[in-house]
Design a binder for this molecule. Sequence first.
Ligand code: GLA
Length: 384
Amino acid sequence: MSIPSHIQQLFKERFGRQPLVVRSPGRINLIGEHTDYNQGFVLPAATDKAVYVAMAPSEDGRCRWIAADFDNDEFTTDLTELRQSGRHWPDYLLGMVDQLRKRGHRIAPFNAVVSGDVPSGGGMSSSAALECATGWGLSELFGLGLDRLTLAKTAQQAENEFVGLRCGIMDMFASAHGRKGHAIRLDCRSLEYEYFPIDLQGYELVLFDTGVKHSLASSEYNTRRQECETGVAMLRQWEPNVQSLRDVTEEMLLRHQRQLDPMVFVRCLYVVQENARLLAACDDLQRNDLESFGQRMYGSHSGLRDMYEVSCAELDYLVSFTLTEKAVIGARMMGGGFGGCTINLIESAAVDDISERLDKAYKIAMGLDLKTYRVRIENGTEIL
Ligand code: GLA
């Protein structure tokens, strides 16, 4: 049975009525990593892996939420006091209710059944997908009239303020705005965006999941943000027009290199170069030059590994393995880093063979099982 049918049925069994079913996808990011919170560019896309939420208003003043993928774990609340649940998954729903209320919306208690096939911990942002699905569903149930941009911003704030991760806007924006067959070039400063058709010409987008999520992921994420903010604050002493790393050029950085802490300098240089790489990669797409695009993916990985230092041995192993594979034209770590997936551009016909061999090699080198996800680019958040 499909996931939406399953949660619809479970909802009917538990609550005796027909729910609304919302789908919101996990995302990939083709290039442009750690640029979103620096007001730079990103190039994400929504995928066929998604979170689904079945929901309807409750009639007894109490919310009952059920996580179908966690043994039907149930959480109840009357929504009078909103604080962290101590159980992780309900926090994304609670965070959305909290933020929507802070924006002046009235949210009455509602029941929900949650499920999905976005690999959790794989760096495809299942949390952003859950937040967007919840917000879109609440907008429909209670007539809030949210638009997609407000949905994405509300979800980002829920994550920042309620869940406590200082992430940028890329994940939520991609989940909410995805379009089948297209990547989204988002300018994270102006929030202007453009859809780029992705013509894969016999190649496929494949994710290799390291199966690890190192515990330093979120602390190091916040440290990187801090290092970039320090860089901006320093540069502003000499370059008063600099508001973010978006306003910084390589030449400007080199001019002030000796005045900057060496680590701050190299972090900032990575971000400036990654923005330039992304813009060049979009030109590649427009010229249908996938090979050149793939080379820039490798360039992005090297920068993330050597300059931004957010990769790890498992991710580096998976990327290095592809260097000698003719059928792979691009690979890099994807998302925040320290685990999760790599994203690869692989000739369709060779995907099975490569992932089988990589699985064996990865087991020997790292003692871990490899998971492979072939992803398709699909539409963003929708009511089914
Ligand atoms: C995580 C965050 C995003 C973004 C990426 C790195 O996925 O949630 O906002 O910063 O890391 O590009």
